[in-house]
Write a protein that binds this ligand. Sequence first.
Ligand code: HSE
Length: 441
Amino acid sequence: MTSPVRVALLGCGTVGSDVVRLLHEQSADLAARIGAPLEIAGIAVRRVGRDRGDLPVDPALFTTDPLGLIKRDDVDIVVEVVGGIEPARGWLVEALRAGKSVVTANKALLAEDGATLHDAAAEGGADLYYEASVAGAIPLLRPLRESLHGDRINRVTGIVNGTTNFILSAMDATGAGFAEALEEATELGYAEADPTADVEGFDAAAKAAILASLAFHTRVTAADVHREGITEVTAADVASAKAMGCTIKLLCIAARNTDPAGRESVSVRVHPAMIPLTHPLASVGDAFNAVFVEAEAAGQLMFYGRGAGGAPTASAVLGDVVAVARNRLAGVHAASESAYADLAVRPMGEALTRYHISLDVADRPGVLEAVAGVFARHEVSIATVRQGPAGGGPAGRGEDAELVIVTHVAPDAALAATVRALRGLEIVRSVTSVLRVEGGA
Ligand code: HSE
């Protein structure tokens, strides 16, 4: 058999350990699939002497010198599962410029500065694969970057953060508030001790940038993504969604837009939204991820599975390792980054969406007209209006009422201005809930 393909592993935490385990357990199959054995050349870690249980690896392979490992002549592929911007960026640029293929799960780095990595890969004639960076085990980036390259993608809508999906699913199932559901997620190990990256939408925004870049052949960074987390979603919002036959999900939405002059742009956003229970993403519960892709010729596609965890993420890493190892043996590398479309990224104010607004109002003649007037002045068309007693109390007191208004599609800035104006009306006691509605209800 051909001489081995040698892998440098940067990081040996949850994912790295599972990469080592899978490499060991499946070595014969992997060698057969690649046409050469895969060998670990070294593993860069912060502390060499740490107890790693029964990890099937020679302790002599551990090093605290990642750059030294990357530069070794006997290293063909660099696998990075450390995360963060620096020092990971420096390591990967060094590897790629030296012509070593890189497999990384580092969504933060790809979303902040993917361009530098892609440029280094082009310079070194090396592969840069990152399937594990978005939605863990789900084969999603390869379909976007290869299988769908004959098609035109118009929209990608995803649940790409398992922690927030667990929290929102728990709120939906039990009626719990956000804090209570977060506590449960932390106890069960779904949420980190510091849950900010998940609950404030940073993790999902990084993934949205990566998905949008691939779907629209355009460089999109995390800074281009409008981001809102789930910390302000209340039990009342969830109940309101239920009353409408909907559920609330933290969605990442990347959409192609065409203006009346035929100019194309993209909008990329992450925020909680109501979706109808009939939408395929509504049934994605617990910590699962799913991504719904709408393409011109292929139509609607749904990708579903585990978006986090050691073994699922390691599965995606190893799939990439096999692909880049094969390429090396064949003396080729995959097509470089496709960013030729270079579409403008629209600000959130121009994104087209719908709102569900609940407000407590005085229950007297002319109130509905005043409220409707605000929508009309902002050129927002009302789709449905429902009126009931305020605060869920008995009907017919004639003092306050609750209005639930759902709009047609309008620019987000017009919808936000409408809500601001409603808050300023004397007859509006309070605006109790404002949620975007997605998914065609
Ligand atoms: N923390 C992420 C999630 C997994 O909850 O889905 C890693 O991206």
